[in-house]
Design a protein around this ligand. Structure first.
Ligand code: UDP
Ligand code: MN
Length: 296
């Protein structure tokens, strides 16, 4: 068993995870030191999580950005695969942010699922497209999501669902272990180490991947607002964090520990090769065509 029983008073997600009989695994870390579960295949009974979230009336907003050439390159595959695997059985609303609303593919959605398309300006630097997501997400949580959904999950578009990405991943504040870093010693984590940036940190708990984060709408609003503020202060001071929004996310998660952590099953890169601890892949990195996609 994960040591979650003792965590009942510490955070709500650990208490729920404990009551749903979350199991441990001998070969991987399944609990953070602050008693948040790290979710791996074999630890949970999917039916129990689905039942509980249906009973509680959980509903999920999925935000995804497809700006410029990323739309044609990835959006169709992302949405189609998400219909097969993401939170199946729960109400899901897609919030697709794009500069070309008319080009969003017309995908037949399952019952309980709908899509909202939100027009955004195209920033000329890809770094700004990536960073400004924080602002757009916090705005739409305030204007729309908070009235319709209990939870929010924010995704990069350059990925494809290949297995269950279900309600076991829902929590108050959810972060993802980066596939390339979860086995590396901390001194190799690429945090922002420039003291002039708001994202500055010497050391942390994990290296989180900004391709996926989530939580209750309240927590995701707080996170995106804080990251956006850090990004804007950096701009005023003429600095940019090493890995942009990801650096700010890592800083935020250092100061506000996630209540649930997702294993790299939830965002795997097949180029890493075979790993015994990766028993399923739920979402895979799509090929990155930076040369063609990022040239203005
Ligand atoms: N993005 C976009 N258009 C761009 C640049 C970025 O739509 O021109 C969005 C898209 O959702 C993408 C995310 O921002 O997945 C992050 O960028 P990218 O995936 O290139 O970053 P990386 O995966 O290399 O960190
Ligand atoms: Mn990406």
């Amino acid at each position: 068993k994960c040591h979650l029983e003792s965590a009942k008073m510490l955070n709500l997600d650990s208490s729920v995870d404990a009551s749903l009989n979350l199991q441990s695994r001998p070969d991987v870390l399944t609990c953070t030191y602050w008693k948040a579960a790290i979710i791996w295949e074999g630890m949970f009974d999917p039916r129990l999580y689905d039942e509980m979230h249906k009973m509680k009336g959980s509903s999920v907003a999925l935000t995804v950005f497809a700006v410029g050439r990323y739309l044609d390159a990835y959006l169709h595959t992302f949405l189609n695969s998400s219909e097969q695997h993401f939170m199946v059985g729960l109400p899901v609303t897609y919030y697709v942010f794009t500069d070309m609303p008319e080009k969003v593919p017309n995908i037949k959605l399952s019952p309980l699922r709908s899509m909202k398309v939100i027009k955004v300006e195209k920033n000329s630097r890809w770094q700004d497209v990536s960073m400004m997501r924080m602002k757009s997400i916090s705005d739409v949580i305030e204007s729309d999501i908070r009235h319709h959904c209990t939870h929010v999950f924010c995704f990069d578009v350059d990925q494809v669902f290949t297995g269950r990405f279900g309600s076991e991943a829902l929590g108050d504040s959810v972060a993802l272990l980066h596939a390339h870093y979860y086995r590396l010693p901390k001194y190799l984590y690429t945090y922002d180490r420039n003291p002039n940036s708001k994202a500055y940190m010497e050391t942390g708990d994990f290296y989180y991947h900004a391709a996926i984060f989530g939580g209750s709408w309240k927590n995701v609003k707080a996170l995106t607002e804080a990251c956006y503020q850090g990004i804007m202060e950096d701009k005023q001071n003429n600095v940019e964090a090493l890995w942009h929004d990801e650096s700010h996310l890592n800083k935020y998660m250092l100061l506000h520990k996630p209540s649930k952590v997702l294993s790299p099953e939830y965002c795997w890169d097949t180029s890493i090769g075979f790993r015994t601890d990766i028993q399923v892949t739920r979402l895979l990195w799509a090929p990155k065509y930076y040369d063609t996609l990022r040239t203005p």
